[in-house]
Design a protein around this ligand. Sequence first.
Ligand code: DAT
Ligand code: MG
Length: 157
Amino acid sequence: MTIEKTFLAVKPEAFSRGDAQGIVEMLSKLLPDAKCLAMKIYQPTEALAKEHYAALSDKPFFPELIKSFTAGKIVGMVWEAENVVARARDAMGATDPSKAADDTIRKVYGKHIGDNAIHGSDTEEGSAAREIQIHFPEANFAQIDPIATLEALFTKA
Ligand code: DAT
Ligand code: MG
């Protein structure tokens, strides 16, 4: 097994409900061996959102998706562990929260398919690396404590 990285983000609706801390705590609990390597809080621009979701640009829900992802701040993160792309997706649960398994982040914090609390890179080869490059072009990766870092970001904001 190889160590890999994934891009995870608390989505705007969940952030505005005050669920960022709970979601980061759940990630830490469900991926206990994973290292958080970067975290920042920012509001995606339309250009960033369109680049991030480029593969879905022909879907009927694309305009709503871009509106949603640019509606407020997100907590963007890079996490690293063995097989972390697929394991983070397991921790997130199904895209539609009503179909997500118990004890998954989308089951607990998601509301509906267009408001499902968390983004995680898909398992297609190169997807995670592409998203990490889009969201963290500065790539200053070093292990951080995700819960303490989020708290510090909140007190600065
Ligand atoms: P995931 O976020 O689980 O990787 P995806 O990549 O297929 O799912 O879609 C990206 C986001 O688009 C998803 O988190 C929510 C939204 N979405 C997907 N399918 C949708 C649908 N049928 N109606 C509305 N929004 C949808
Ligand atoms: Mg996806």
